[in-house]
Ligand binder design. Structure first.
Ligand code: FES
Length: 107
């Protein structure tokens, strides 16, 4: 048994997600978890590049191994409510891509 029931990583260290306002996504998730009293159970951490550049902001939640792309603050609200609070991954927002690195070509 680990220290947390869920661990959330928000890419705030890579080059493209930062330009897609991943800081706002991180702040929203961190605030909602704290305000709901879930901080002892759900840890929200910054992460560096998750290898999916251009699809961001990228968020991944363990132990479900649920990956979410394009996580605007609106989507983050839903991920918080349905997944982090209620325990059900948001199927409609899941990132679907081949395993491994899926960076979009630079324009
Ligand atoms: S910069 Fe976020 S996945 Fe690469």
């Amino acid at each position: 048994m680990g220290q947390y029931q869920r661990h959330v990583f928000v890419c705030t260290g890579g080059k493209t997600c930062t330009g897609q306002d991943s800081a706002a996504t991180f702040a929203l998730l961190k605030d909602r978890v704290r305000d709901a009293g879930l901080a002892p159970h759900v840890r929200v951490n910054h992460s560096g590049c998750l290898g999916q550049c251009g699809h961001g902001p990228m968020v991944v939640v363990y132990p479900e191994d649920a990956w979410y792309d394009g996580v605007t603050v609106e989507k983050a609200e839903r991920i918080f409510t349905e997944h982090l609070r209620d325990g059900v991954p948001v199927e409609a927002l899941l990132y679907v891509a081949p395993p491994g690195e899926n960076k979009l070509p630079k324009v």
